[in-house]
Design a protein around this ligand. Structure first.
Ligand code: IVH
Length: 669
């Protein structure tokens, strides 16, 4: 392909993919399948790798990340990012209304109400319609430009298509993790033995500051916009601004309402107090803004906040109830979770009887005593939590909670690693919830996808002594299954054929299913593609494991440890005999050349023409190998900007050749 052809093709693919992306995220429609979409994206990524100079500023390949940012540049806000005054009562709100009326000298005015979204505020700057900066609030005067991470948010336009937009403008809004996504993230983390996150807001904030945008892309952040700034804003009211940004393709929550006076505002507040629980994200109040923009100007700002807006915060509904006891749950990985057993109380629409206490640190932080009265809250969240002890009701005779020392399921002494918050039951092969948990993990959709089996059936099979490990599932006979409660001819044959069908699940899925700690779906995929077979993976040493993409010390240790255990090797051998796929079908993309002739490369720092993952692809596409750490065997260290001094030192010591980006590019020619 000539350069000119590549340029046209890159433009064509960029437009086409963005069209389908917008259709999907803004109109909830799709005209092509996910597979077709992914293929187009792959085609574009390949071309961009070959011709990085033609990559478009709104390229959809940025949505999947790939940029590593060592340090986010600190940028001054053009308009300071102020906070809002808070109120909690109707009286304070009426006082606010009085101040507005006075400030406007008796002119008529209207309000515009929105929900207060509980996320991380962001300022997005567009230049000639292209997203140019995404700045966090910081101290209100300066913030960090996290643009590579913001670009992974699919609902955020990278380029505005509408005509007649100001040459430069700024929109502000809130970046958040939807409740569903947050819960799913925590479930996945729990499943592979990682500690769970405490709340969605902090997780969104932490995610936005991650250095590797590929990781950010996986988290599925989302964003609502609520503020348009900049000269040349054609609107005269906030309402018009909101309609403008909607028309330009920004996502605006459809919960806003124009209110003609403070009485209507109060109705809006009341309406959303209960209903907000149904929204996809957490909210903690209502923001009330004077609608007319010149009236906003007339009212102006105090040092900290605008006089034309205020936040009404919902009091998180909180109620005091007795802590009757603490029970402990044991998960698949042996992690123990303490749960508060509460005297049932009615709170924000449901009866609450239990609340997770996460780990021993949380119990100590709250200084819980059995018999205490504790405050239970359900904020904008769905899951109730214990926030504090009601000390006014503490009985002097109560004793602080003593964390259990032995597993409540099997009696084994618990262990706790130095840098971990959770206690673990080490009795992997003799502790019931760990055994059944591993099978439930094995059959789940993302793993072997045996949907003819469920948690209840697994429990029954285990109780009858029919299965103890996933491999036992493949030895089940018709007679065995007929022993289960409620199973007749048809349901039995369904169950067995479901198990049989899983023999064709790809190796990637098998590797995830066997449940190695810290090996989630993505890591399993990378390992499968890198090592290509179970045998090669099992034989890999710690150092070799570290060479695989996405594998750091924690995962390498865990995988290495897994394949050292006799029981695991035995189980793996049985699964192999049962006919599961133990080799990867993944085909390496065709080589563009053999210019790099099998030489090995470590890349470090940031590059002008490539994102890091792209550079790795380029190396592989031209016949090279990418390693993750510098050793004596390494041929080249490709040094980008901001390369860590430790890597350079090590390379120099070991006589590894260090090359820069243009020297690398010369090797390709
Ligand atoms: S307007 C000049 N509208 O609340 C103030 N803010 O304490 C402009 N927030 O930093 C802010 N939802 O991060 C506005 N619908 C909404 C909001 C909202 C959440 C956040 C925002 C701001 C903080 C104010």
């Amino acid at each position: 392909m000539t350069a000119a052809e590549a340029k046209t093709k890159i433009q064509y693919l960029t437009e086409k993919i963005n069209y389908h992306n917008d259709l999907y995220y803004q109109k909830s429609k799709s005209e092509i399948s996910d597979l077709e979409f992914d293929q187009l994206l792959q085609q574009l990524a390949d071309l961009e790798n070959q011709f990085p100079e033609f990559k478009m500023p709104d390229s959809p390949t940025q949505r999947v990340g790939g940029t590593i940012t060592k340090e986010f540049p600190s940028v001054a806000h053009e308009y300071p990012m102020l906070s809002l005054g808070n109120t909690y009562s109707q009286q304070e709100l009426e006082d606010f209304d009085g101040r507005v009326a006075k400030g406007l000298d008796g002119e008529p005015y209207e309000y515009f109400c929105e929900l207060k979204f509980d996320g991380v505020s962001i300022s997005l700057k567009y230049e000639n319609g292209v997203l140019a900066k995404a700045i966090t609030r910081g101290d209100g005067v300066r913030g960090d430009d996290v643009i590579a991470n913001a670009k992974t948010i699919r609902s955020l336009p990278l380029k505005i298509k509408s005509k007649n937009i100001p040459a430069r403008f700024e929109v502000r809004g809130e970046i958040f993790l939807a409740k569903k996504i947050f819960e799913q993230l925590n479930k996945e983390r729990e499943d592979i033995g990682e500690e769970t996150y405490a709340n969605a807001r902090n997780t969104a904030s932490g995610t936005l500051k991650m250095q590797d945008s590929t990781e950010v892309a996986k988290r599925k952040l989302d964003c609502y916009l609520y503020y348009l700034l900049g000269e040349g804003n054609p609107a005269t009211t906030h309402e018009e601004s909101i309609h403008k940004i909607e028309a330009w393709g920004f996502q605006v929550s459809q919960t806003y309402k124009k209110c003609k006076d403070i009485q209507e505002v109060l109705k809006y507040i009341e309406h959303w107090e209960k209903k907000r629980a149904e929204l996809p994200l957490e909210t903690d109040g209502v923001v009330i803004k004077v609608n007319n923009l010149s009236q906003q100007q007339q009212l102006g700002f105090t040092a900290k906040s605008p006089r034309w807006a205020i936040a009404f915060k919902y009091k998180a509904e909180s109620i005091s109830t007795r802590l009757n006891g603490i029970t402990y749950q044991v998960g698949r990985t042996g992690a123990v979770t303490p749960v508060a057993e509460l005297e049932p109380v009615f709170l924000a629409g449901t009866t609450v009887k239990r609340a997770s206490l996460h780990n021993a640190n949380e119990i100590a932080r709250l200084d819980l005593h059995i018999g205490d009265y504790v405050f239970v809250e359900k904020g904008g969240e769905i899951i109730p939590k214990v926030t504090a002890v009601d000390l006014t009701k503490r009985d002097g005779k109560l004793k602080p909670v003593k964390y259990i020392t032995h597993c409540p399921e099997c009696g084994t002494e618990l262990i706790r690693h130095e840098d971990e918050a959770n206690h673990y039951c080490p009795n992997e092969n003799g502790c019931r919830p760990q055994i059944t948990g591993r099978m439930v993990h094995f059959i789940q959709r993302k793993a072997m996808d045996i949907d003819s089996l469920g948690e209840k059936t697994i429990e029954q099979l285990f109780n009858l002594g029919l299965v103890k490990t996933p491999a036992d599932l493949y030895d089940l006979t018709k007679e065995d299954v007929m022993k289960l409660e409620g199973f007749k001819e048809l349901s039995t044959s369904n169950l067995l054929s479901g198990i049989r069908a899983s023999q064709s699940a790809p190796f990637e899925a098998v590797l995830f299913a066997i449940g190695i700690r810290y090996v989630g779906k993505t890591v399993a995929e990378k390992l499968a593609r890198h090592f290509k077979s179970m045998d090669a993976l099992a034989a890999a040493g710690y150092e070799q494991l570290l060479e695989a993409p996405e594998v750091g010390e924690k995962i390498a240790q865990s995988v290495h440890h897994f394949f050292q255990q006799k029981e695991n090797l035995h189980e793996i051998a049985r699964l192999k005999k049962a006919g599961l796929r133990f080799t990867s079908d993944f085909k390496e993309p065709e080589k563009l050349s053999h210019a790099l002739g099998g030489k090995s490369f470590v890349i470090s720092g940031t590059f002008q023409h490539y994102e890091r993952d792209e550079l790795k692809d380029v190396i592989v596409a031209h016949g090279g190998k990418v390693l993750s750490s510098v050793s004596g065997k390494l041929d080249f260290l490709v040094a980008g900007e901001n390369m860590g001094p430790a890597k350079r030192e090590k390379a120099e010591k070991l006589n590894v050749k260090i090359i820069n980006e243009s020297e690398f590019e010369a090797m390709l020619r």
